[in-house]
Write a protein of this length. Structure first.
Length: 371
């Protein structure tokens, strides 16, 4: 009989791709998902892209009865269920803390009463705050900060003693420095899972996902990944909105690589008790990626709108050092950005997203969270 893996948040973007990955490798798969209207639309129905072989439990991860029912029969668990989005987390503080922290606590109490072979929890690159930087003399800095005065004057790059710093790949041993409620809640999730796993004797692994993109990411959700937001604008013949000057660097990783990393973490014991970056290991500027996506969607004439504004909770540069993932998981990215963007664009051509990005910006601006 095949081992059963439960994916919390399993009807979502990453969860559905992980289900495909696990089914292809002979696992039985079940999912717990509340089918949030912000992600799945007002109908809140089982998404058509979720494989029919996935046993779907519709319920909230904060509901002990729903969680106990979902974990029954599962031998391994991937915990993806979370409220996501840096900006929204800064004014829906209670909701994000409730879903992410309490939801994880409810799951862990269920697992304390019923041991599993492995728990993998999805964390986020956002826990780092700013990434790692290097000064001209070669010194490394893990606490680069940008003052409100500098940001207000349009000085976007972190400095040290007035000297510019160079962004370098961020390793897992950089100390977290969360700059948003979302980031703080993701750090809490990973620490809770690793702590409980050690206390109750089930192996746990925390995977810090970088900027994940690909088909099925809800383009009508204004608090999802940046590429989905760009797509919603472009498909409505509007320019992608780019904050600051657009030269901030991120690590864009295909959802297929993220799904494979999750499976490897379920199967490999070397990463037990560890946190592991999951990224492409490559840095790209937000402005460049927006232009590339516009070309692939057949809209090269639409240039990104560079706002020159800063959102509270945003950081300048962060991209992954994936050495540990290679060593402990045997992971290496298989989808480069060109191929991944082509796949995303092909899928997006069949979508008709509602562009709610201006509404989301107004929410931030009205609360003083944009300058």
């Amino acid at each position: 009989m095949s081992e059963r893996v439960l994916i919390t948040g399993g009807a979502g973007f990453i969860g559905s791709h992980l289900a495909d990955e696990l089914l292809a490798h002979g696992y039985a798969v079940s999912a717990l998902d509340n089918l949030s209207p912000q992600v799945h639309g007002p109908a809140a129905q089982r998404p058509p892209y979720l494989d029919d072989r996935v046993e779907l439990h519709v319920g909230d991860v904060r509901d002990p009865a729903a969680v106990r029912a979902a974990v029954t029969g599962a031998e391994r668990i991937v915990h993806l269920a979370a409220a996501v989005g840096v900006g929204q987390s800064m004014y829906r503080i209670r909701e994000y803390t409730d879903v992410n922290n309490l939801g994880t606590a409810v799951l862990l109490e269920a697992l304390a009463a019923r041991r599993v072979k492995k728990l993998v929890v999805a964390s986020s690159m956002s826990v780092y705050g700013e990434g790692r930087y290097r000064a001209r003399d070669g010194s490394l800095y893990d606490y680069a900060q940008r003052s409100a005065e500098a940001l207000g004057g349009g000085s976007w790059e972190p400095t040290r003693g007035g000297e510019p710093l160079e962004a370098v790949a961020t390793p897992e041993h950089k100390q977290p420095a969360a700059s948003s409620v979302y980031a703080l809640s993701k750090h809490d999730q990973e620490r809770l899972c690793l702590l409980a796993g050690k206390a109750y004797g089930f192996p746990s692994v925390a995977l810090r996902f970088f900027n994940t993109y690909g088909p099925r990411q809800a383009p009508s959700n204004p608090y999802t990944g940046v590429l989905a937001l760009f797509a919603a604008r472009l498909l409505n013949d509007r320019p992608p909105t780019v904050f600051e000057d657009g030269n901030q660097k991120r690590d864009f990783v295909s959802v297929h690589d993220v799904a494979r990393a999750c499976r490897l973490a379920l199967e490999c014991d070397d990463a037990d008790g560890e946190v592991v970056n999951v990224g492409s290991g490559q840095a790209s500027t937000v402005h460049d990626v927006a232009r590339r996506l516009a070309r692939l969607l057949g809209k090269p004439e639409i240039s990104p709108e560079v706002t020159g504004k800063h959102r509270t909770g945003d950081i300048r540069h962060c991209f992954a050092d994936i050495t540990r993932a290679r060593q402990l998981l045997g992971y290496s990215p298989s989808v480069n950005l060109d191929a991944g963007l082509r796949e995303l664009a092909a899928w997006l051509r069949g979508q008709r997203p509602v562009d709610l990005s201006e509404q989301a910006r107004e929410e931030l601006d009205s609360r003083g969270l944009m300058s």
